[in-house]
Design a protein. Structure first.
Length: 115
């Protein structure tokens, strides 16, 4: 556990969250500001900074995200590494974002230009 890490605090019960799933190695919560209904974060219980920190933990967390996403239909699975890449909490977390036609969400790397 990392001192001052909100996800570590949630994992140990020191901070509140709305849980939607939990496994021996990870948990899933509703983010503070979900971008669409059904948006969840899948977070490893072990503190790792990002997806490069421990590839085995990343793989296990991605497996949990896949299990959770299997029943929701079209979705994005998104994670970031570094502030410049929009990482705001430095504990690995995977966003599972349900998608629908014309939902108005643009991925961060969408330039609006057609090739």
């Amino acid at each position: 556990m990392a001192e001052g890490c909100i996800f570590c605090d949630i994992n140990t019960g020191r901070a509140p969250a709305t849980f939607v799933g939990e496994w021996c190695d990870a948990f899933a919560i509703v983010p503070i500001n979900p971008v669409v209904e059904g948006h969840v974060l899948v977070i490893p219980k072990l503190h790792v900074v990002d997806f490069t920190d421990d590839p085995d933990v990343t793989a296990a967390t991605a497996r949990r995200a896949a299990e959770l996403a299997a029943d929701i239909g079209p979705c994005n699975l998104i994670t970031s590494r570094g502030r410049e890449a929009t990482q705001s909490v430095f504990h690995l977390h995977l966003h599972v974002v349900p998608r629908a036609a014309n939902d108005g969400l643009a991925l961060p790397w969408y330039s609006g230009k057609r090739r």
